[in-house]
Design a protein around this ligand. Sequence first.
Ligand code: CMC
Length: 428
Amino acid sequence: MADSKASLSIDGKVIADFPILTGSAGFDVIDIRTLGSHGYFTYDPGFLATASCESAITFIDGGKGILQHRGYAIDDLAKKADYLEVCYILLNGDAPTKSQYDEFKSTITNHTMVHEKLVHFFQGFLPDAHPMAMVCAVVGALSSFYHSDLDINEPTQRMRSAHRLIAKMPTIAAMAYKYSIGQPFVYPRNDLSYAENFLHMMFSVPAEEYKVSPTVAAAMDRIFTLHADHEQNASTSTVRLAGSSGANPYACIAAGVASLWGPAHGGANEACLTMLEEIGSVDNIAKYVAKAKDKNDSFRLMGFGHRVYKNFDPRATVMRETCHEVLKELNIQDPLLDVAMELERIALEDEYFVSKKLYPNVDFYSGIILKAIGIPTSMFTVIFAMSRTVGWISHWDEMLSQPGQKIGRPRQKYTGEINRTFVPLDER
Ligand code: CMC
């Protein structure tokens, strides 16, 4: 809906008017799609002020610490729904009825196994391969298994791919872990919940069944929920961009996994634990806090700060509660957890962090929980990728269901050489 107009003046002369579009919440946007015809492009590296799409999936108000999926507040979802309900909501738009939920759960549960040929893909990796490398490759490889579901213009095929991805990601993730530690793969079990099944595939061995603790399963489920979607972040935008060319869903999700991997995004939880290990003891915290504050030192406190949340991250608030519950319940004595808790206390009080609004983010607490429940650090980002798959695929599906979609194609401000005379190699 165009409510009003914005005028662009260059040197005091109005050169064009642009409609201002209003969404259901959040900032209005200036529709500058015709700007190119006036001889200008906008310049916005890092997309600090650019809305790249129209979406009805997730709303964030970073200033107020609001995160809602399809209009439902994240803390309500984290406390009152399980992850599969959240998946249903993200994919379908509304909370499911009991029978819709049962049917969805049964569909996901019945897609958790992977083709036996896919199992062989892992044998090509060195045992010390990072599990993210395996997941990225194996998810992309799924596109070679489901030829009958790759018509991206067909909504039922898109939904089937979405179900397959949500169901198979935990299986692939757990296989990457088992391969890296030289244990046999553990097949999924249909009698377990989504979170329990993941823990079972991670920790069971043929010699001994893993007894899933309800506290640990609940914490795992909550970690999945709190990572399920987060609007147009780097990896979701990557999935949309890859999907805008018509690429198949498995290839698009592999692109999302790659984009998530970096330490400024999904890799932060792993980087946070690596940092805690480097700090090593509570006595060293002051030194590292000073490094983080030093402008001439590139060191940052990993797990602190966020591009959009400048007061608090609502996911971190819920995750903090779970973190403290899990630590209390499991009663684990680990010096790294002491370092984490002391770092949290200092950063919440230190003037530098308070004034720059650098609060512990969701990955700070999820990293500590995952460490406490015995998940190896290298699997942290994989778990983020598993949880975020539903968000990625929901955005991909939404994009393809909107009419008039164009391939994503940003412009640039060119700063290189121009009109040079090329001298052939033998004359140079
Ligand atoms: N430690 C120390 N200083 C920091 C930190 C930090 N973690 N984060 C930001 N700053 C400082 C930064 O140096 C800058 O200072 P100044 O204004 O004096 O130049 C100021 O705070 C603003 O930082 P920025 O890099 O301009 O902010 P941004 O919005 O571009 O970056 C961020 C956000 C998350 C990339 C950044 O805070 C960061 O690198 N944090 C650590 C990595 C991390 O935990 N990432 C996970 C984010 S949550 C998961 C997700 O949603 O993907």
